[in-house]
Design a protein around this ligand. Structure first.
Ligand code: MD6
Ligand code: FE
Length: 115
């Protein structure tokens, strides 16, 4: 599924070898950061959101760049790569809510080519 999502966004040949899974409880946030632990920045990041909705912050290549806000619901997939691969991004504090599959949590999976 991650490969198909990447291809749909123009990144053919993406073969992820790692998946980071984060669980967000109410109030949890992810501050603006760049994903830089991977070796090959030509490969995109594929992010799958499950459960409680969240606001994703998508900034620029400098930490000071003002991020846009993107509402992410259960099942949404975000792909970023190419010139956007190192854009700063984060997640606003999770609002109190419930989802029938995850309770009060949000689960995020990010598929990557790490090695
Ligand atoms: C998100 N996640 O939860 C975005 N980055 O929508 C990330 O940006 C992220 O979940 C690095 C490591 C794990 C992550
Ligand atoms: Fe990240």
């Amino acid at each position: 599924m991650a490969q198909d999502a990447a291809a749909s966004a123009g990144f053919n040949g993406f073969v992820p070898d790692a998946c980071l899974i984060n669980r967000y409880a109410p109030g949890a946030r992810l501050s603006l950061h760049q994903d830089k632990d991977e070796r090959d920045f030509r490969q995109p990041i594929v992010s799958v959101s499950l459960g409680v909705p969240a606001i994703f912050l998508f900034g620029g290549l400098r930490r000071e760049d003002k991020p846009i806000r993107i509402q992410l619901a259960h099942g949404d997939v975000v792909v970023w790569g190419g010139p956007a691969r190192l854009r700063y991004h984060g997640v606003m504090p999770l609002k109190q809510a419930t989802h029938r599959l995850t309770g009060e949590h949000r689960i995020n999976l990010t598929f990557r080519k790490a090695g």
